[in-house]
Each structure stands twice: as C-alpha cells, then as structure tokens.
Ligand binder design. Structure first.
Ligand SMILES: [Zn+2]
Length: 485
C-alpha cells in the first residue's frame, strides 16, 4: 500500500499539485488516513500514467479495510478527501488565481480542477457526441453518460439516511471542502474563487460534469433564488469584462423554462463556441448605439450588440421589461394568469470588441392541451427529450439523458435486422416510425439524424414566435410595439 501512496505523491509532484517540500507531509497524512505504516518516499520505478490508476489501489484498500463501503458514492467521497491533500487551501488558491492574467488564471484553475480529479475526465469521455445539420445550422448533440447510475445498495442505504440541510444546495459556497454523504457528492477537493460582480459577492467554479470546454458556474454568495433584473445584465458584463474569453449566461428564473436549480442565483459560462453564435438574422434594427437582430433560430432570440456597454445594458433592460408585460394571443402568448409567465434567458459574450447579449424569450404557461408547458418540448418529442430547455440547449447543444445510449443501440439492432421492436421500447414506438431510413447512410446515421431532428423540434416548441413566415411577422410586430412604446 505504501507503494501506492508513493505513486500518488509522484503524480502530485508531476502535476505540480504539491511541492517537493510537501513530500513527507503528504506521505504521512495519507498513511494515517489509510492506516498503513509510512516509509521514506521513494520515486516509483513505474509511475502511474493517470490519477485513476493511482487512486484505484487506494480506494480498493479503503474498501477492503472497511473504511468505506464499496459503492461509488462512498468511494468518490473518500477519493475527494485524498485529493484534497493535493489541492491548495481556498485562500492560497485565491492568491494565485488573482496574481495571474485573466486567460492564465482560468487556464490554471481549470487544469487544477482536472488534475486533482474534481473533474473526472475519464467519466466525461464516456459521453457520446454527434452533430446534426439542421435548417438553423449545425446542432451539437451529447448523450450524457458521465453521471453514474445509482447502485441498488445506495438506494437502500439512502432510505435510512436522515435528511440533511447543510449545505443548503449543490451550489452553495459551503460545499468547499465538504466531505459529502450518499445524497450529496464529496467536495473535499472542490474549490471556488471569489469575485465581485456588480459590487456583490460571487464565486466562480467549474462544473464537475463539464458539458463543454471550461464549463464554469458563477454563484451568488447567498443561497437566494434566481431572479433576472438589470442587475443580471450588469453582473454578466462585469464577468465578461474581467474574462472576455468566456461567455456567461443565466437561465430564466421561472420553473419549466428555467434550469434545474432555481433556488440559488447562479450563471453558467465557459470558453466553448456554440451553434447559436453562427445563427443568421432575418431582421435587424438600430437604436441608441445598439443593434437588434432577430435570429433565424428554433427559439425566439433577439441579439443585442454594441461597443457601448452601458447603452447595451439599458436597452436589454427595456426589452426585458417590455417583454414581461407582452401578450399576443394569436401565438398563444399570455404573460400573466394567476402568476407571471414571461421570462428571458440572457447570454453575454464579447467578440470583435463588441458586447453581445442574446435574449431568448420564454414563457412557462401550461394549459389542458400542454400540461407540461405550451412553450416546452411537446409530447411527440418526449421519447428523446422531456426535461427543461436550459441556456446550454438554447445555444444549440443538446444534453440528452443517458438512457438513450442503450435504447438507441437496441433500436438500431432491431431496425438493422428488421426485427419487431421490444415491448420495453414501446415509449419510442411513434418516434421509431418517424426515422427515415435511406440507402445512402447507415441505420445509425438515420437514427442520429432523427434524434437531431426531434431535439430541434423540441427547441421549436419552446419558441414563442415560430420560425415560419407568420411567426416571423408576429416577432416583428412585437419589436415594433417595443420600439413605439
Ligand atoms: Zn445554495
């Protein structure tokens, strides 16, 4: 076991996670943690190639000695505690981060988050990716396989666990260094960086699930609900001013059209390029140094751009306020019943010395015909996608549920061999009928095309003004009302 400890220490040295001065300290701390006899550090003859190979024998040891149960949650929590020894303390990390240039600071922090295995790259690599050429340009599809499925043993244990209220949610700053338990992932090696946005306290971190390059999360210091106002625009552009190589966007603050966490104010960003950036516009306007473009996109998106940041924020706020009150019964848009229904998904970027804000118009009303949401993926796409459409998907990157992986394989097999569809796949029955097989492509290519097409249909369901001539006309009527207000 001591050899495994030395190997991990060598990994830490190779990745600059620890300094040679730390060697004896880390060897002793790890030995105590694993209840083994320490010995003088010796450079391993065969250093491990990656962190997973280093950690495997250590986790096996912990499980065999009864320190943890051999289930993924307990292994992950223990591993996080081990890797905390290879991670700077929050204050020390903050100093390093703040001493670097914007690009170097994010690159450094992202590398650290992978090297200390807070981001589990090998699990993310399991995700399946393909592209779909739509009428709107190329759409990116990801089938999310990085979150391991729960073991029945875990489910049984969870039933016995008393409910816990600390930290209040997965985003709260109190997650830093938190050991975790069965229903809360281990965050011993998790770090966040303090930032001021709109002179308010925020923190910056990476998502452990990285759906795209440098997938970052920016969270408020307090556990307060999502709320979009002029403050949101100021915060987004304060962030963009400091990190112009990143985008930052916010989910809408209402259920159905918002993200999965509504009770903690947070944003998502990163350095990836998304399909929406190449969207064409079908109409544009100019007002107060701000250019407005209506995008040819499945959702209804107004793109505002300007070299003048404060002019852009002012116009964005006017648009937000106007839309909040806007109804157009010809497109079934009603802003208010017993509650407010209109909301926006704003996404900020800086490109060619220009501030850009994409504003997706959203509405979360339901009715008898569409109990899940009038502007939400409709029943006919639920086989592929029924979850909320958040900002990442608004931008044209689909994050589809892991169940699809096996199910699509089985559908492919059945279609290839001309077999009947198994009863367990009955929820896909109508969707399978929509797959257009062709002699010019493989069955899998046809299936992937159908997945892409269905996802785009789900996005179109979320569009307030449909991408038809009629819908575009209603969209321009909305803009004209806005300008004439
Ligand atoms: Zn929280």
């Amino acid at each position: 076991m001591i050899k495994a400890i030395h190997k991990l220490v060598q990994y830490g040295l190779d990745k600059d996670l620890i300094d040679p001065l730390d060697i004896d300290y880390v060897v002793n701390r790890l030995s105590e943690m694993l209840a083994v006899e320490p010995s003088i550090f010796q450079t391993p003859e065969h250093p491990a190639k990656d962190v997973v190979a280093c950690l495997e024998p250590i986790l096996e040891h912990a499980a065999s000695q009864g320190m943890i149960e051999n289930i993924i949650e307990e292994r992950d929590n223990f591993e996080s505690k081990v890797m905390d020894l290879f991670t700077p303390k929050p204050s020390q990390l903050q100093k390093t981060f703040d001493s670097l240039s914007p690009k170097a600071s994010t690159a450094f922090f992202y590398q650290l988050s992978r090297d200390n295995h807070y981001i589990k790259t090998e699990r993310i690599k399991k995700n399946k990716h393909f592209n779909y050429d739509s009428d709107y340009g190329q759409i990116n599809i990801t089938i999310n396989l990085s979150k391991p499925e729960k073991d029945p043993k875990t489910i049984a244990k969870l039933k016995k666990q008393k409910s816990m209220t600390y930290p209040a949610c997965l985003l709260c700053k109190e997650n830093v260094g938190f050991y975790g338990h069965l229903s809360h992932p281990g965050r011993s090696n998790h770090r966040i960086i303090k930032l001021a946005l709109n002179n308010e306290p925020f923190y910056f971190q990476y998502s452990p699930y990285v759906y795209y390059n440098e997938h970052a999360i920016v969270l408020h210091e307090a556990h307060i609900p999502m709320d979009i106002s002029i403050k949101t625009f100021i915060r987004l552009f304060d962030f963009i001013d400091r990190f112009p190589h990143y985008f930052l966007g916010s989910n809408a603050g209402l259920p159905i059209v918002g993200g999965s966490i509504l009770n903690h104010e947070h944003y998502q960003g990163g350095s990836a390029k998304f399909p929406i950036e190449d969207a064409k516009s079908f109409k544009s306007y100019q007002r107060n140094q701000v250019r407005y473009e209506l995008l040819h996109w499945p959702l209804s998106v107004v793109r505002l751009s300007s070299k003048n940041r404060s002019a852009l924020i002012k116009e964005a706020e006017s648009l937000r306020r106007f839309y909040e009150k806007y109804s157009d019964e010809t497109v079934n848009l009603i802003n208010k019943t017993d509650t407010m229904h209109n909301a926006i998904t704003p996404i900020a970027r800086f490109k060619n010395n220009t501030y850009i804000l994409d504003v997706a118009l959203r509405n979360n009303r339901t009715d008898e015909k569409y109990p899940d949401g009038i502007f939400h993926p409709h029943q006919d796409v639920h086989a592929i996608k029924k979850e909320n459409i958040g900002l990442i998907e608004v931008m044209g990157l689909a994050i589809l549920p892991g169940r699809l992986n096996k199910d699509l394989d089985r559908i492919e097999e059945a279609l290839t061999n001309d077999q009947p569809i198994d009863a367990s796949l009955s929820t896909y029955q109508r969707w399978i009928e929509s797959i257009e097989l062709s002699d010019h492509e493989s069955v899998r290519e046809s299936i992937n095309k159908a997945v892409g097409k269905t996802f785009v249909k789900g996005l179109e369901d979320c569009g307030i003004f449909k991408p038809t001539l009629e819908g575009q006309k209603s969209f321009t009527v909305f803009m004209e009302h806005y300008f004439n207000e």
